[in-house]
Design a protein around this ligand. Sequence first.
Ligand SMILES: C[S@@+](CC[C@H](N)C(=O)[O-])C[C@H]1O[C@@H](n2cnc3c(N)ncnc32)[C@H](O)[C@@H]1O
Length: 228
Amino acid sequence: MGLRLEKVVPWGRSFDEYRRMFALSDDDLDRRILDCAGGPAAFNAAMNRRGTPIVSCDPVYQFSAAEIARRIDETYPVIVRGVAEDRDRYVWGDIHSPEHLGEVRLAAMQQFLADFEQGLRERRYIAAELPNLPFNPGQFDLALCSHFLFSYSVPLSWDFHRAAIAQLCEIAREVRLFPLLDNHSGQTSIHLDPAIAYLQDGGYHVEICPVNYQFQQGGDRMLRITHP
Ligand SMILES: C[S@@+](CC[C@H](N)C(=O)[O-])C[C@H]1O[C@@H](n2cnc3c(N)ncnc32)[C@H](O)[C@@H]1O
């Protein structure tokens, strides 16, 4: 993991957003969950408070809470300004303005920061990256991956996506990926159709599911992959 701190742009979502992005039922929350590319999201902290601890992995967990907090302070105003300049690409509803978006994200990231050091000790946060995760086949019931796969279709290649999705399918009985959009173009990722074909060839059941969450225009669908 050759990640440099100055390349990190922390941006994390809330527990409520995770529930809606991945259509998580109460039963789902009781499963053995991996949040892959969890970053500074509040999902792990909230699940731990709920009494159903999960595991999150991300290369950013190699840094300390103080280092991640410093990068949040440095990058947060830049991101909010970028969203304001591009406001037509987003759906303004529950989150009603770029400033409100900033407040929601900051609150989520503060929950993460408050939980991170203890979670590292409890091995709920693991510094690791796709496609080289240190987990065993079938170790999880459900792997979630939000705003990483498909989102960076440029520069992340199809070969990277194939290896990453194959690994998630090996370590979890079910995989959910959200959203299906490429951040750069705002359009459906060029890797979605190859991913579906690849998974179906491998005998997996693949569904595109509408979800009750949309912040990016057109970004209200997740990919659900289950073992035969
Ligand atoms: C936009 S953030 C999403 C954070 C969180 N999932 C959410 O939706 O709030 C993308 C995350 O992907 C992580 N990441 C980058 N390369 C990765 C890799 N090869 N494997 C796993 N995660 C990676 C980044 O460190 C970053 O925290």
